[in-house]
Design a protein around this ligand. Sequence first.
Ligand code: PHE
Length: 448
Amino acid sequence: MASRGKWTSSIGFILAAAGSAIGIGNIWRFPYMTGKYGGAVFLFVYLAAVVLLGMPVMIAEIAMGRATGKNPVGAFRELRPKSQWKLVGYLGVIAGLMILSYYSLISGWTLGYFFKTLAGQLRGATTEATPAVFAAFSANVGLQLLLLGAFIFLTAWIVSRGISGGIEKACKVLMPVLVVIMLVLLGRALTLPGAGKGLEFYLKPDFSKLSPQMVIDAMGQAFFSLSLGMGAMITYGSYLKKDESIPRSTAWVAGLDTVTAVMAGFIIFPALAAYGMSPAGGHPLVFHILPVIFDRMPLGTAFGLLFFLLLGVAALASTISLLEVVAAYCIDELKWNRSKAVWLAGGLSFLLGIPSVLSFAGVPCFRRLPLVGVSFFEMMDFVWGTLALSVGALFISIFAGFVWKKSAAFREIGWGTKGARLGSVWLFSVRYLCPLLIAATLAMLFVG
Ligand code: PHE
């Protein structure tokens, strides 16, 4: 198989890019963060960030990728030779490796819960019991290493097979099925007695809950969920054909991703309220509540199995894109062959994931890092999943707005006389809105 390929169809690109975007970021990270930060306020800041910051940056990333046909480092280098801008690309490649390490661990949890459901271990799940079940599960180091390794292995195996062969096919079939299952869960959650309180929590904002840390996390969550700020969309854009519309693809990918996240909230919060669980359950939140939902619905075991399996597939489409960034860099810049790139990066990521595994076991120094007071895993997620992506997005927007020639960018995106108005909105966003808002939000780190 050739090292570089093209998406065979526009729907192939949209599905694969949506596959990258939709993952446990939507179903695990978004609900627990919304719960932690008091519900509706977080939702609204997050939605604003998706539209104001996410969509312009996504257009920029896809266009940079397609214009150069390169990985993030190569794309910056080609558009601005002999400059330090390639460092933004390097930051993206490193972020890809880092995020892959702990993201695969959480992805492994979905497999673990699939097998737990299969073995009947979640039957009769109660709100009192599920936290202890999760705690025991995540503290089992051998099992966690196995799940982490299995997930990275699966990712590497698919990525090693190349672009249209692996990624596209898997996304095409399975993503829609996940959405159907979520619709069933949605119907179930919304009709539970007591669901209204959860809806209120999710939709009625209490602005006194606004805080600097919350705004930073909501913005980071927007970039994380849309797979932005580290060049995943640069890399995927590099496989996009010239005649596809970038703004249209962006609207689809951002739309599908956001709908999935919002839908997850509509499942989780009504159910939490109905079963009397706190929305502030932290990382394990969805693993606490989902078994309870499945246990008390008709055909719950079947739905549970299918749900955890497909969530695993959604996560896989995301880990594939994380690894693909690293692989594309090694192939283009270091001239490695695909297989060497993929297996070495995968192996490194596994090693980097080990301290995250230990964060959930009783290893005190990883569970609570000295000085910072959070676990190694939480530190990784904040530093790479929130900060690095936000910094990356900041520089990508500045680059697209000021460094990349306007005429070249517009030509790539397909804005000439037609689309000129949308073009000026985009240009204003990447030049002023995104840099100022992202920089101001990041600056709050030092006040809050
Ligand atoms: N967007 C993915 C999710 O929400 C995670 C991801 C982040 C994937 C960055 C690629 C790059 O699950």
